[in-house]
Ligand binder design. Structure first.
Ligand code: PAF
Length: 289
């Protein structure tokens, strides 16, 4: 079983006994197959001699007014078992007063990339994410921190924060884990009714269609994915955004963009907001027609 620390003092005491390299997996709990993949990757990076720390904290700072902070699942007992099964050494599960003993007056500004796409739909979200990630990195002092590619914009921003603020930590990404029907695994999937889940499958279907169109260039990718997302469904899919971006800058991939790109989608099905994405390799079609 992992050591469970609920306080900063408990974490500091347990941290002193951890062998390097220390690898951190920050999570908001309700651990599922996607998190298991992150912890397994952390275990690989740490090697048998190093240490894996998993943090579980539902961070109020990254939820906007009217978002699902209150209904976000909290399943600590199950989380401890999962961390144990995947070979984690330490589970840090602080309450909000431990993470935010005072009102958080100083926060991390996520810069321009933090204000587009997810950042535009969820104002303040990335300032909240980067602030809690910076605090966790300071408290745990890992050599490496592991994040999922499901939150691709988050991963890009955390990488940039680590580099721009010289945090001295390596950031590792782990590919999305999908259920057999193709839906990207998420703690929020449990809120989908069977009919909503059928509608939600339009997201991965659109991404696959976009990926297949990649040899025909960016416009073809957007068209193919957009057509799938426009499919009539009951209940309907309410599209938030579909974007084809440069994977590092998150700027829109223009018609002259060649090489790696990421196709991103966010949509609401019923009361549940879902995001998904897929990597693809684009060929330049600027000079066509
Ligand atoms: O991806 C998440 O679960 C959260 O955004 C994170 C990185 C744990 C910060 O609260």
């Amino acid at each position: 079983m992992p050591v469970v620390a609920r306080t900063r003092l408990g974490l500091a005491a347990a941290r002193r006994g951890l062998a390097a390299p220390v690898v951190l997996v920050p999570t908001m709990g309700a651990l599922h197959e996607g998190h298991r993949a992150l912890i397994r990757r952390a275990r690989q990076i740490a090697s048998p001699n190093g240490s894996v720390v998993v943090s579980v904290f539902v961070n109020p700072l990254q939820f906007g007014a009217g978002e699902d902070l209150d209904r976000y699942p909290r399943t600590l007992k199950d989380d401890i078992l999962i961390v144990a099964e995947e070979g984690g050494d330490l589970l840090f599960a602080p309450g909000a007063p431990q993470m935010y003993p005072r009102p958080q007056l100083i926060t991390v500004d996520p810069g321009p990339v933090g204000r587009i796409l997810e950042g535009e739909s969820r104002p303040g979200h990335f300032a909240g994410v980067l602030t809690v990630v910076a605090k966790l990195l300071q408290l745990v002092r890992p050599d490496v921190a592991v994040f999922g590619e499901k939150d691709a914009q988050q991963l890009a921003l955390v990488r940039r924060m680590a580099a721009d603020l010289d945090l001295g930590v390596e950031i590792a990404g782990v590919p999305i884990v999908r259920d057999p029907d193709g839906l990207a695994i998420s703690s929020r999937n449990r809120f989908l009714s069977p009919a909503e889940r059928r509608t939600a499958l339009l997201l991965p279907a659109a991404l696959r269609a976009g990926q297949e169109a990649a040899p025909d260039g960016p416009a073809a990718v957007r068209k193919a994915a957009g057509e799938v997302l426009a499919t009539r469904a009951d209940p309907p899919l309410e599209l938030d955004y579909l974007a084809l971006v440069d994977p590092d800058t998150f700027g829109e991939a223009g018609e002259d963009h060649a090489g790696p790109a990421r196709l991103l989608v966010a949509a609401r099905v019923g009361t549940t907001r879902l995001i998904d994405n897929i990597p693809l390799s684009l060929e330049c079609h600027a000079a066509d027609d």
